[in-house]
Design a protein around this ligand. Structure first.
Ligand SMILES: Nc1ncnc2c1ncn2[C@@H]1O[C@H](COP(=O)(O)OP(=O)(O)OP(=O)(O)O)[C@@H](O)[C@H]1O
Length: 468
């Protein structure tokens, strides 16, 4: 039981022993004992949960399987605590990231590229938490039924970078105080880690790709308990509606129905691979022992999900010649963003410091992609597609596509045209493309710095440092 429940003098209404949970009042008409793979009591930490049920899933993810982990439960039952944790009890997100980068460091014969995206579904609208300007995202599907979303995908190299991105995202994530929770999540959030790997010694070998979703679902809430009104009430009703669609989808899947109503909510559309598709899924049902009915609905939900069967496979995306185009475009797109940031300095509508940080961050991403791509041959690519996940940027505008590939015909992007001649990317090796982009950026920045040298002496020094 949490502080609020103890302070309110609430009683403990449920018992837990081994892998079972049941109501303490044996005369209750719902005398069912719910049995699960694991039941964790209130003495358990997030690390205990991680070691028992999450780690094996992360191991599979690193072998190339897709994986999804949900935290499901009523409001204030500890979902956010499970995923994000705190200083003394790190959450699953940090524990997963740590394991992932440890694994990557241990595998000397492999090369890895790790991407990270973070989105929320708020009042049935999908917002990118890594890019404030990228709101109201549209879900698209390719012919194979893969869900595509133009969310920013940050390329990350270590746990600190992941945590930094996550904390940036948390600043805009919707949280508000309700009567049940001082910091109640008003949206469903999805962290997605995308892992691409290939054999370091095999130049044109296949690329394995897998994604891992960590989801902190907003909790179901009863208006009689939360006393929500106005905006909070609207949010609560959207949360309850999407959770009810999730319940319907699980029921249809467990009953083996042919038609599954994934399209009834954004949440279930985004989860379609995790529910009955190509992903290994883990559902963590968070409960409080101090509520009767609200707590009962969680083990009931979790039990219904146990009969859902997924069809999983290792995802070998394609051979290098297909992906080479993707990495070249990815690099080019990062370079374009980098250049844009340098140009934006002229407008000075943001603080100098913010631009410098963005430039630094993009430079790091470019070098990470470069390291992963190194060794691939510069043979003429046949396809423009890099891969299909929801950090995919098929046909989006350069403004929206923060990272990822773009169709070849879009290069150089029209709005970026500066009169400089740019050769089609097929004719360039990766090194040539990188060198060209770097010289363009350096030139622009130098011109700008020269023009503004009096006013921006300090800025020019740090910019020059960052470009050297
Ligand atoms: N295992 C735990 N140990 C310590 N504190 C906890 C634990 N679980 C939850 N809490 C505390 O209980 C409160 C509610 O938890 P949390 O915000 O994680 O709930 P939630 O299920 O995400 O709620 P909502 O659906 O409203 O967002 C927080 O103050 C949190 O710190």
């Amino acid at each position: 039981m949490i502080h609020r429940e103890v302070a309110d003098g609430l009683e403990r209404l449920w018992n837990i022993r081994e892998n079972c949970i049941w109501e303490a009042d044996e005369s209750s008409r719902h005398g069912e004992v719910y049995i699960f793979d694991h039941v964790f009591n209130q003495e358990c930490t997030n690390s205990d949960v991680y070691g028992s049920v999450v780690k094996p899933l992360v191991d599979s993810f690193m072998e190339g399987f897709n994986a999804t982990i949900f935290a499901y439960g009523q409001t204030s039952s500890g979902k956010t605590h499970t995923i994000l944790g705190n200083k003394t009890d790190p959450g699953l997100f940090q524990l997963v990231s740590t394991q992932l980068f440890q694994h990557v460091a241990d595998q000397v014969d492999k090369r890895y590229l790790i991407g990270f995206s973070y989105i929320e579904i708020y009042n049935e609208k999908i917002n990118d938490l890594l890019d404030k300007s990228n709101q109201g995202l549209t879900i698209r599907e390719d012919i194979k039924g893969n869900v595509l979303l133009d969310a920013r995908e940050a390329v990350v190299d270590n746990v600190d970078q992941v945590m930094e991105n996550m904390m940036q995202g948390n600043k805009i994530r919707r949280v508000a105080a309700t009567r049940m929770n001082e910091r109640s999540s008003r949206s469903h959030t999805i962290f997605r880690i995308i892992l691409e790997s290939k054999d370091a010694n095999q130049k044109d070998g296949p690329v394995h790709i897998s994604y891992l979703n960590l989801m902190d679902l907003a909790g179901s809430e009863r208006v009689s308990l939360t006393k929500a009104a106005g905006e909070r009430l609207k949010e609560g009703s959207n949360i309850n509606k999407s959770l009810s669609v999730l319940g319907n989808v699980i029921r249809q899947l467990s009953e083996g129905k042919e038609f599954i109503s994934y399209r009834d909510s954004k949440l279930t559309r985004l989860l379609s691979q995790a529910l009955g598709g190509n992903a290994k899924s883990l559902i963590i049902g968070n409960v409080t022992l101090a509520a009767e009915e609200e707590t009962r609905s969680t083990p009931e939900f979790a039990q219904s999900t146990k009969t859902v069967k997924n069809k999983t496979k290792v995802n070998i995306l394609s051979a290098t010649e297909e992906t080479l185009q993707g990495y070249q475009n990815l690099t080019r797109d990062l370079e374009t963003r980098l250049k844009k940031q340098a140009i934006k300095l002229k407008e000075m509508d943001k603080s100098k410091q913010e631009y410098l940080l963005e430039i630094e961050r993009l430079k790091t991403e470019v070098s990470i992609v470069g390291r992963f791509q190194m060794g691939a041959s510069a043979s003429t690519p046949k396809k423009t597609l890099r891969r299909h996940t929801f950090g995919h940027y098929g046909n989006v505008s350069p403004k929206k596509a923060s990272l990822g590939y773009m169709p070849l015909k879009n290069y150089p992007p029209k709005e970026e045209s500066s009169g400089r001649e740019m050769r089609p990317i097929q004719e360039e090796t990766y090194e040539e493309a990188l060198a060209e982009a770097e010289s363009v950026i350096a030139e622009d920045v130098q011109v700008y710095l020269k023009d503004n040298s009096k006013n921006w002496k300090n800025l020019s020094m740090s910019l020059e440092n960052s470009l050297n």
